[in-house]
Design a protein around this ligand. Structure first.
Ligand SMILES: *[C@@H]1O[C@H](CO)[C@@H](O)[C@H](O)[C@H]1NC(C)=O
Ligand SMILES: *[C@@H]1O[C@H](CO)[C@@H](O)[C@H](O)[C@H]1NC(C)=O
Ligand SMILES: *[C@@H]1O[C@H](CO)[C@@H](O)[C@H](O)[C@H]1NC(C)=O
Length: 329
């Protein structure tokens, strides 16, 4: 009798473990599938980024060449302006005129009209350069927008695929959990037929041992204990009441089913959380990358604009510095 219950238990264990290991093995296999999917996704995004990066580099290189041209032009215009200012009194000379007014009126007029022309050219250069910066900014921004659209598309694709993978995994896992539950039900049913018989027999043995005990009191205490010790202490109550035994079997079954259900729920909720977390992590990362690139574009263009302004500002002060005899030797 003991042997039969024990056999049922061992068989239940080995069948159960077989199912749970297949959940585990399947889980590992599906993880590899997800890793592969993620690898492709990352690769795809990286390619789009590299391509955009290369395009951006070409555009920036051209832009910097053009920028150098503008810088050179403005320097030479400013210098010619400075030259004409240099021989002219009271232009930009903050700390008073040092040059004697020697020029005739017409010479001054000629110089002034020349100066106006140069200043007009400088102003045009400024407009053109500002337009160029704006154009480059718009080009880079729209490239970045295009890149981000590609990333979003790839991300949506990844989301679809990885969600499918997770859902398929959960479906397969849930089918295996159904097997777990039916193994448990089967085990419990078989237990319900075998165990009462065992308790009947045990009960009979104990009764018999009590009779013997009444006959020869001193010798059979040990034998009596043996009979009791077959039944674990926690189940001794079941010896007296068949209801208690049925309840014990039923509640054991309930507890097992609850454990199986809880484990299934845990797997499902963890998988769903993982999915949500994984997707939002990727999207957070890409959004941040997009912001950083936009910030970089705006910063670089602004910096170049500033440099252009600073260059002119520094040139404007040249005649003044010359007057102060800092630059001229
Ligand atoms: C997202 O899932 C993939 C595939 O399993 C994994 O390689 C990656 O590390 C996960 N990333 C995050 C942020 O959880
Ligand atoms: C219980 O399992 C045994 C052995 O696997 C099988 O022979 C029997 O048909 C099952 N019974 C039920 C009710 O599923
Ligand atoms: C156990 O014994 C009781 C009476 O002693 C009997 O009614 C019952 O059918 C028995 N059960 C089994 C499973 O042998």
């Amino acid at each position: 009798m003991i042997f039969q219950g024990w056999f049922l238990f061992l068989r239940f264990c080995s069948q159960f473990v077989k199912v749970t290991s297949s959940i585990y093995d399947m889980g590992l296999a599906r993880k590899l599938e997800r890793d592969e999917e993620e690898k492709q996704f990352v690769h795809c995004i990286q390619m789009a980024k590299d391509e955009a990066e290369n395009e951006r580099k070409v555009i920036m290189a051209d832009f910097f060449l053009e920028k150098d041209q503008y810088f050179k032009k403005v320097v030479s215009l400013m210098e010619s302006l400075e030259d004409s200012q240099g021989i002219k009194p009271e232009v930009n000379a903050v700390d008073g005129p040092k040059h004697k007014p020697t020029s005739s009126l017409t010479e001054v007029e000629e110089e002034e009209s020349e100066e106006y022309e140069v200043m007009g050219q400088i102003q045009n250069l400024n407009f053109d350069f500002s337009d160029l910066c704006q154009k480059i900014l718009e080009t880079l921004m729209s490239m970045e927008m295009h890149l981000y659209e590609q990333i979003e598309e790839t991300l949506a694709n990844y989301e679809r695929k990885i969600t499918d993978l997770v859902n398929n995994f959960l479906e397969s896992a849930q089918a295996l959990f159904v097997s777990c539950r039916s193994l448990q039900t089967n085990f419990s049913e078989q237990l319900a037929t075998v165990v009462p018989r065992f308790f009947n027999v045990t009960r009979a043995r104990i009764a018999a041992s009590k009779e013997i005990k009444q006959d020869i009191e001193s010798v059979n205490i040990e034998q009596q204990e043996n009979c009791f010790s077959i039944v674990p202490k926690i189940l001794e109550e079941c010896l007296e009441s068949t209801d208690a035994l049925q309840n014990a079997i039923a509640s054991s079954h309930d507890i097992h089913v609850q454990m199986i259900d809880a484990r299934e729920d845990k797997l499902i909720s963890e998988a769903k959380n993982w999915l949500k977390e994984n997707l939002s992590e990727h999207s957070r990362y890409e959004i941040q990358g997009n912001r950083e690139r936009l910030y970089e574009i705006i910063t670089v263009i602004n910096k170049v604009k500033e440099e252009f302004e600073e260059l002119q500002a520094s040139l404007v002060t040249l005649p003044m510095l010359a007057d102060m005899e800092i630059i001229d030797e």
